[in-house]
Design a binder for this molecule. Sequence first.
Ligand SMILES: Cc1cc2nc3c(=O)[nH]c(=O)nc-3n(C[C@H](O)[C@H](O)[C@H](O)COP(=O)(O)OP(=O)(O)OC[C@H]3O[C@@H](n4cnc5c(N)ncnc54)[C@H](O)[C@@H]3O)c2cc1C
Length: 383
Amino acid sequence: MKQKEWLTQEHRIFQESAKRFMAKEVLPHIEQWEQERLIPRELWRKLGDQGYLCPWLPEEYGGLGVEYTYSIVFQEEVVRTTFYSLATGLRVHADIAAPYISRHGSEEIKRRILPGCVSGETILALGMTEPDCGSDLAALRTSAVKDGGDYVINGQKTFISNGINCDWVVLAARTDPKAPRHRGISLVMVPSDAPGFSRGRRLDKMGLRAQDTAELIFEDCRVPQEYLLGKEGQGFSIMMENLSQERLAICLGALVQAERMLEMTLDYVKTRTAFGQTIGSFQANSFKLAEMATEVTMGRTFYESLVDSFVAGEDVSTQVAMGKWWLSEMANRVAYACLQLHGGYGYMEEYPICRMSRDVRALPIVGGSTEIMKQIIAKRLGL
Ligand SMILES: Cc1cc2nc3c(=O)[nH]c(=O)nc-3n(C[C@H](O)[C@H](O)[C@H](O)COP(=O)(O)OP(=O)(O)OC[C@H]3O[C@@H](n4cnc5c(N)ncnc54)[C@H](O)[C@@H]3O)c2cc1C
């Protein structure tokens, strides 16, 4: 594989330290956290102490002031521990919500919220999806109405990652019901201690079980108007501008999980025997593994070129949409075949392939579904 031009010795040191951190602080606890359906806040503080959260933020807001590429190498180590629950919460916090604040928050908001995002004292959530709308985000109904110096917010959000642990929500709400759908939406910061804010159910999911996913409820919830990000009516365009970065993180998650599942399965089929030979030596299985190795390697090559273009500042929105749907569907094909090759053991919780097969199922849905990605690509094709 061609060496990434942007990957320096400092990146490697950062990556190695993240690898050691994951082995010591995360890997031994995964099963417990999956059962408890929560990653403890303490881990966020430990991540912050090591400088892993939002390292790209300027030093004046507590960050290391380094390039975003440090986040990319860190994410890779998180996913490689085979713990996608953590990667999901971190992606929302550090790669989506924090950039909205750093780019569009007032100086006061940035100084108040961002240092905690770096130290791990503050956890962010992103409230877009509602019970009646997800893909068609412009249809959202949660309202934020001006009253005195406040916004009064009413509505409900669902499927919100970090919904239980979060201290601040970047909330998408309709501030102008008369404006065209996209232009009536704004982003408002809501602290978890705001009057009228409450958490609904902690949702029980098929996978990503340690990831706290919840409903959020706003009943005459009051926040000062200074908590607006950007200008009124800009919410939709702000949400769209950061999508490449968000989807790139999902591409990486899908790819690295596919790689790990394949590695584990290769180890397994070389030792498990049936009918007097290893199961990997049956041609039906070895061809299946050869096909998966091909898909994973081609996926890696595509992803690396995508990251290089992204780092070079090119517009990669169409390619990211291609990578997002293809890599997440590929990870699911790999999960199905790898679990099958594990036989009954694959269906048992003690084998990570069991949990990973559940976790990757979310990938073609979150961050824009496979169908929405194809819609974006088709539009670019002039269809
Ligand atoms: C684990 C998890 C974590 C999440 N975290 C967050 C979060 O932190 N914050 C947040 O705001 N949201 C979050 N979500 C919500 C996620 O973004 C939505 O689930 C996703 O956008 C799809 O929306 P929906 O579930 O309403 O499905 P719908 O929009 O109802 O879609 C249902 C099906 O219809 C298809 N469909 C929709 N429109 C079209 C079309 N035009 N053409 C063809 N097919 C179409 C979809 O692809 C899908 O297959 C999370 C979801 C999950 C599962």
